[in-house]
Design a protein around this ligand. Structure first.
Ligand SMILES: Nc1ncnc2c1ncn2[C@@H]1O[C@H](COP(=O)(O)OP(=O)(O)OP(=O)(O)O)[C@@H](O)[C@H]1O
Ligand SMILES: [Mg+2]
Length: 230
């Protein structure tokens, strides 16, 4: 089943002579459970694409359907709620709330929605992330890798259908980066989630089911891995 459908997606910034066509007529579909890498040179439009997939920006043209819903037909507020429930974001900067501890940061999306967290699942998640001993610590008391794992925990708190990650291993050393990727793969397998990850790391791209290559805002190639992938 297509969980994401992108049709003729375009995004330009600015006007007149300073206009930048960051994305131009990009179309593709993603099936549930796929682990997709997005690669391309700096400025090729990767982050722009990810933001549009997640409803964080507005396209200049084209459509994004998530689970059959036209993402940009929602009113702003409805889109925010839809996003919180369906999509987990992991950014390169962790965007943790400094005054909340590990456990609170992870549960934040649920608390914002006035939902009772599923204690057993959250506990499990914190253990899997290797953060059990640090659950009452503030972000400032954690290493970079630990902070990134908290950000992943927050993205997974809702068990979202889709995880969008913008260079989640960019600030990590190779061991911590590896751990992050293993966690994402585990999460895909366990909960049949869909992951789209931007990466400059060809080793990570090689492990994906599929690699989307952007060049100057266009989808240059869409390659499926011959192996089993995840
Ligand atoms: N808010 C903005 N206003 C104007 N131009 C923008 C804006 N955001 C991005 N751009 C331009 O759009 C193009 C695509 O940017 P984008 O951030 O999507 O690239 P990227 O592939 O993620 O690059 P990187 O690998 O460096 O993160 C670039 O030329 C960038 O300068
Ligand atoms: Mg980027």
């Amino acid at each position: 089943m297509n969980v994401i459908s992108v049709d003729g997606l375009s995004k330009s910034y600015g006007k007149g002579t300073t206009q930048v066509n960051a994305l131009q007529d990009v179309s593709f579909q993603v099936n549930q459970g796929e682990f997709v890498a997005v690669v391309g040179a700096s400025g090729s439009g990767k982050s722009t694409l990810l933001h549009l997939l997640g409803g964080l920006d507005k396209p200049s043209g084209g459509y994004v359907h998530i689970d059959g819903e036209n993402l940009y037909a929602f009113k702003e507020k409805e889109r925010a709620v839809f996003r919180r429930r369906k999509i987990g974001f992991i950014f390169q900067s962790y965007n943790l709330i400094p005054v909340l501890n590990v456990e609170e940061n992870i549960q934040l999306p649920l608390l914002l929605d006035h939902r009772q967290p599923d204690k057993a699942y959250i506990n499990d998640l914190i253990r899997t992330l290797g953060l059990h001993e640090r659950r009452k610590h503030l972000p400032s008391e954690l290493s970079g890798g630990q902070q990134q794992r908290v950000a992943i925990g927050r993205a997974l708190a809702y068990r979202p259908a889709i995880i969008l990650a913008d260079e989640p291993t960019g600030n990590l050393d190779s061991a911590n980066g590896r751990e992050v990727i293993e966690l994402l793969k585990l999460s895909v397998r366990q909960y049949h989630q869909t992951v789209i990850i931007i990466t400059h790391d060809m080793n990570i791209a090689a492990e994906a089911d599929r690699v989307l290559h952007l060049q100057d805002g266009r989808l240059q190639s869409d390659t499926r891995s011959l192996g089993r992938g995840v």
